[in-house]
Design a protein. Structure first.
Length: 670
């Protein structure tokens, strides 16, 4: 991205912004332009009342100096009326400018929405490698900030400035000659040069700050959308590190922005407060140099001095007010680059897509209906790819590999395994978990029981296949095993602490954190990637095993940050293969696979399961394909009404040997 500053490109984009907010219509004047005219008229009346408020003190000086009571009474009534009119016009000015802000925001947002939802641009803008950052923030928060600053902070002062400056320049010249206006104009020119030098870096920093704000907000939204995946991985600490890195990047930009704004505040304050001193220097010219007021009495001189000082001060105030708007202009310039930059990109994509011939419908209603259906289909597709569920785990226990323990650990009728002495033995054996009379219900509806009285042992060395119809509770079992859900009755005893190197959960929908993450980070997730060059051969071997070596070139190596969305950039099959790569990297004792090869072909699925098995990793799989049976020893089948059955898989004959059907109180034994 090119460096943004106070340059020709900025003013070009401001011109485009005005074309959006005040469009030319053949059938009449746009509402925004009508409101702008109303704001101008009300502000002009407000400035007229300001003039009369400003000259009132000079008239009071004369009335009080001459002890003129009738004139004083008249001025009291006059001042009450003028002040009321001033308050009324000021309120009307704020109200009309607020209406202008609302209409401009609506028009700007609708213009962006119209371009965003045409020709699948919303999709292209998301998946493009050169996509703009955070289009959602640009169309919401940035549009609000841009139109608010433009209409409520800048519009009235800037549009009234030529008239105010012109009139009070004439009054200043009339009282002090050419020296007065020349001094004030020179004063303003010097302040403008100083502010220009300070303002240029602020424009870029404001744009960068908005980007960092969007990145941080986007990361939190990503976490909120993938809370189950992160909980499965138990990767809270990893996500905490990633979020803090986004926060630190934002804080660094804000520190720089605060420093430059401090310099800008210092400069504007100096020019602001020295303006009052300059007005007295100017009034001294006709008094001490040209002696224009030598024939006046003290009272009359006080009135003239008060009136002329008001003229000088208001002219200086008009200039210093423009100078003080530098910070507002800097903020507006930063978000103007973002909003109009998005507008230009949307126009470019629409123009590019419009060159492709499109089949028109005979009915305009049919066209709208088709477009809405396409939008819904595309939205559903993208939302499914963004959902994920995984779980990190945190410790390691030693285990022994005895054939006897393996036979006992998966299914057993011996309930005395649950007593204290046997528990101690389990913690030192291949037993990972003991499920005792386990009942599972949906946490949001305790009456909806998914599984009744499941009792079994889960251990390494025995591979379990969980099958059943949709919504029968297959994933719910994994949620309970991962301690994401609590069982409604019964209990789960875990003898291994959660850790990627001990027990790892891989969900059906892959989760890949976005935002300047590297290929290495995605492979080692939920751990934090370290720049260890000795690890490169291992990572290459993993990618070769899962047939993903092309990712090295695609993402410019293992340690080059990729700022795009991984889940939009890679296919679902590629994402699932990388998830298997995580398994091969961490080499857990047992991995829980929730249909994590559903998007892969049969040949690839068989190859990956064979690699996992040859690596010595035990697995509990949720799946439907018959091809999975050859890699598993047992099948836990859920019938959908809370019942279950366990079968030994005869891999050679390709048939199941029934062991037991749903038991309410017993465990099963091989």
């Amino acid at each position: 991205m090119s460096k943004l500053s106070l340059d020709r490109n900025l003013f070009r984009r401001i011109f485009i912004l005005f074309a959006i907010l005040f469009p030319v219509k053949r059938n009449g004047c746009p509402l925004t332009l009508q409101l702008a005219i109303v704001v101008f008229i009300v502000s002009a009346i407000d400035q007229l009342t300001t003039y009369y408020v400003g000259v009132l003190p000079s008239e009071f000086y004369v009335a009080l100096g001459n002890r003129d009571l009738p004139l004083f009474r008249y001025l009291i009534g006059k001042s009450a009326l003028i002040i009321f009119l001033k308050a009324l016009t000021l309120a009307a000015s704020k109200y009309s400018s607020s209406l202008l802000f609302i209409k401009c925001r609506q028009l700007c947002a609708q213009t962006l929405h119209q371009l965003y939802f045409k020709h699948h641009v919303y999709y292209q803008l998301t998946v493009s490698a050169d996509a703009l950052d955070n289009p959602d923030q640009r169309m919401t928060q940035d549009v609000e900030k841009l139109t608010r600053i433009l209409t409520q902070d800048l519009f009235v002062p800037v549009i009234m400035a030529p008239f105010i400056v012109g009139y009070y320049t004439y009054r200043t010249y009339d009282s002090s000659g050419w020296v007065g206006p020349l001094a004030i104009y020179g004063y303003f020119a010097s302040s403008t040069i100083v502010n220009k030098l300070i303002l240029s870096p602020i424009v870029g920093l404001v744009n960068d700050q908005e980007k960092r704000e969007g990145d941080l907000r986007s990361k939190h939204c990503e976490i909120r959308a993938n809370v189950e995946a992160i909980a499965f991985y138990r990767s809270g600490a990893t996500e905490n590190t990633m979020v803090n890195s986004k926060l630190d990047a934002l804080i660094d930009v804000q520190k720089k922005l605060i420093a430059w704004r401090t310099f800008l505040c210092l400069a504007t304050s100096i020019f602001d407060y020295y303006g009052g001193t300059l007005s007295y220097l100017l009034i001294a010219i006709p008094i001490f140099l040209t002696h224009d007021f030598d024939g006046l009495t003290g009272t009359d001189l006080s009135g003239i001095v008060s009136k002329n000082v008001f003229f000088y001060l208001y002219l200086i105030y008009s200039f210093t007010r423009l100078v003080a708007l530098a910070e507002n202009f800097g903020d507006m310039a930063g978000v103007a680059h973002r909003v109009v930059g998005l507008y230009e990109e949307l126009r470019r994509l629409n123009d590019s897509n419009a060159k492709v011939p499109r089949k028109e419908s005979d009915s305009s209603v049919a066209v709208v209906t088709l477009s809405e259906k396409e939008l819904d289909d595309e939205f559903d597709s993208r939302m499914k790819e963004r959902e994920a569920s995984k779980h990190e785990q945190t410790a390691n226990e030693s285990s022994s590999d005895t054939a006897t323990a393996e036979q006992e650990c998966l299914l057993s009728k011996k309930t005395d395994l649950l007593n204290g002495s046997i528990k101690a033995e389990c913690s030192e054996s291949n037993i990972a978990m003991v499920l005792s009379s386990l009942c599972i219900a949906n946490p949001s509806n305790s009456d909806s029981v998914l599984l009744y009285e499941l009792s079994m042992l889960i251990s390494s060395g025995q591979n379990l296949l969980i099958t059943g119809d949709s919504s029968s509770g297959k994933t719910s079992i994994l949620r309970v095993l991962a301690d994401l859900w609590k069982c409604s009755s019964g209990k789960v005893e875990r003898f291994w602490e959660f850790s990627p190197s001990t027990m790892l959960f891989i969900p059906q929908n892959p989760y890949f954190p976005s935002g300047a993450t590297t290929l290495r980070q995605q492979l080692v997730y939920p751990s934090i990637a370290e720049p260890n060059q000795k690890e490169i051969p291992q990572l290459k071997n993993i990618l070769e095993s899962i047939q993903m070596t092309h990712a090295i070139e695609r993402f410019s190596g293992f340690d080059t940050p990729f700022d795009g969305d991984w889940q939009e950039t890679l296919s679902r099959g590629e994402l699932q293969r990388l998830c298997i790569g995580r398994v091969l990297y961490h080499r857990p004792k047992i991995v829980f696979l929730d249909e994590c090869t559903s998007a892969l072909g049969l040949k690839m699925e068989v190859s990956l399961y064979r690699i996992i098995k040859e690596t010595g990793i035990s697995f509990v799989s949720v799946g439907h394909r018959q091809s999975l049976r050859q890699f598993h020893d047992l099948e836990l089948h859920l019938n959908g009404d809370g019942g279950w059955s366990v079968c030994k898989i005869d891999k050679e004959a390709g048939v199941q040997k029934q062991l037991n059907i749903h038991s309410t109180s017993e465990t099963n034994e091989l």
